[in-house]
Design a protein around this ligand. Structure first.
Ligand code: UDX
Length: 458
């Protein structure tokens, strides 16, 4: 550690993610990076969500605030608007109380790193004259789409077939975040996404979980739009990422699900042979689709490891074996360990941003089956822009049939195109590693951010 950094008064950052696993984990990974640099970090979540979190790393302080729905979180609210309104009102009070409490305990807060899904946090930071840093957990291209809706440059509901936005390839309607297409069901969900930009310019820093070399165009556009923008990712469990070692970093993520061990099962499988399937923490898969995946995997004749969350298990075909010579179904696993495993051949994914970054950092080729939210846009980039995966096309009922899935598996594991995709994935993996290593683009940006928080003496 830099001596000057070590000798100074310890900087204290509060990190406040939106209460959802896919938001908490990247912010937690970022907080671990700050902590390694000598910053004191306190992770904050809502009272309700904290009951779901299995554990927080022992060397990170943890506090809770209220969103006004301590018993049921967002599901207790009538809609996203009711939830956001309550979170803003109650959260502003309880966050302020927390900052005052910590101050009295001698833990003065110097900076709040917050999720723009809860944009009001910057106002609290300003009131306490604390540095406020917005941290985007999603793909910057997705954020840019929301920004253009906020600016009125893209109308929702969408009425055009093709969308042209600065620094992005042409997008078709189905490439846009899915909530635009289901706008009528709950317009307040789109408001939540678009409102991220209402007071974003007040933030002293705007950070994003991506790296410059992944998509220079959107990074350059972002910094032109907000001079305080910096890429600081990929913020994924770092020990795994660095050299594929299965070191124990059990603290690496917080989850409401308990991981089942499957590494032993993977250990005796040939190199590059296993298909890993997971649809993340939120997506609910149609029963018909579950059947197609089940028989698609079984009939492919390949080894497969499939994560089916407990709430989804009921949709598995009755005669489908959860453990056989070829396949293993688990309720949840340590995904990063699975992706880092030598036996892995490809990943059938919903294209959540965390899963995308994790696969990319470990050079794993993807078969894209986006389900909702930002996943549709991520899939477009995975397939057409970064070329690290192929898309499993759905039919008119929006179901990916088993034959299609089998073609995709063959293409990735057996064909020339699969090799090209693997090469592309390995190239991005190397770029990602360079970005976070000493002197890399994200590393430099994090240092710049840190020095601004607590300038080094000349
Ligand atoms: C959703 C969105 O799709 C995502 O893009 C957004 O940023 C957050 O909300 P989610 O469904 O949670 O996210 O997917 P993803 O972002 O991929 O995150 C899933 C996380 O759970 C990953 O970090 C993955 O490693 C972890 N995971 C998944 C496990 O640890 N074990 C599993 O069995 C499955």
């Amino acid at each position: 550690m830099d001596k000057k950094i070590k000798d100074r008064r310890i900087t204290h950052c509060l990190l406040l993610p939106y209460p959802a696993q896919g938001h908490i984990n990247p912010i937690l990974q970022f907080s671990k990076l700050l902590q390694q640099q000598g910053v004191k970090v306190t992770l904050v979540s809502t009272i309700f969500y904290s009951k779901n979190m299995n554990k927080v790393p022992s060397n990170i302080s943890f506090e809770t605030i209220s969103d006004g729905f301590d018993k049921g979180g967002v599901d207790e609210a009538d809609n996203y608007k009711a939830y956001s309104d309550s979170f803003r009102k109650v959260g502003t009070e309880t966050l302020s109380e927390l900052i005052e409490k910590l101050d009295k305990q001698g833990n003065h807060v110097d900076c709040i790193i917050y999720d723009p899904f809860i944009p009001w946090v910057i106002e609290v930071a300003k009131r306490f004259e604390i540095v406020g840093a917005a941290y985007f957990t999603q793909n910057m291209n997705v954020n840019s789409i929301y920004y253009h809706v906020y600016k009125g440059k893209l109308q929702v509901p969408i009425i055009v077939d093709e969308i042209s936005l600065p620094s992005m390839p042409k997008l078709e309607v189905q490439d846009l975040p899915s909530f635009f297409l289901t706008y009528e069901e709950d317009p307040s969900l789109v408001d939540l996404l678009v409102d991220q930009f209402k007071i974003i310019e007040k933030a002293d820093w705007i950070l994003c979980n991506t790296f410059y070399e992944l998509d220079k165009e959107i990074a350059d556009w972002s910094i032109k739009t907000w001079p305080q923008f910096r890429t600081v990712g990929p913020n994924i469990p770092s020990m795994m990422f660095l050299d594929k070692q299965h070191k124990d970093d059990e603290d690496y993520c917080v989850s409401q699900f308990k991981s089942e061990d499957c590494i032993e099962w993977l250990n005796d499988k040939p190199k590059g042979s296993v298909i890993y399937v997971s649809f993340g923490s939120l997506a609910s898969i149609d029963e018909d689709q579950m059947k197609e995946i089940a028989y698609g995997l079984k009939n492919s004749g390949n080894y497969f490891l499939w994560v089916v969350r407990a709430s989804e298990e009921i949709k598995l075909p009755k005669d489908f074996e959860k453990k056989s010579n070829k396949g293993l179904v688990v309720k949840w696993c340590s995904q990063i360990k699975v992706l880092a495993h030598e036996s892995l051949g490809c990943f059938i994914t919903h294209c959540g941003w965390n899963s995308t970054l994790e696969a990319l950092c470990l050079g794993v080729p993807l078969i894209a089956m986006p389900q909702l939210s930002d996943q549709t846009t991520n899939a477009k980039y995975i397939v057409d822009f970064w070329k690290i995966g192929i898309r499993a096309k759905f039919d008119e009922k929006k179901i990916v049939r088993q034959e299609v899935l089998n073609d995709c598996i063959r293409e990735i594991l057996e064909n020339e195109r699969g090799k090209e995709i693997k090469n592309n994935a390995m190239q991005l993996k190397n770029l990602a590693m360079k970005a976070i290593n000493e002197g890399g683009s994200s590393h430099k940006n994090i240092k710049e951010f840190m020095n601004d928080l607590f300038p080094l003496e000349p």
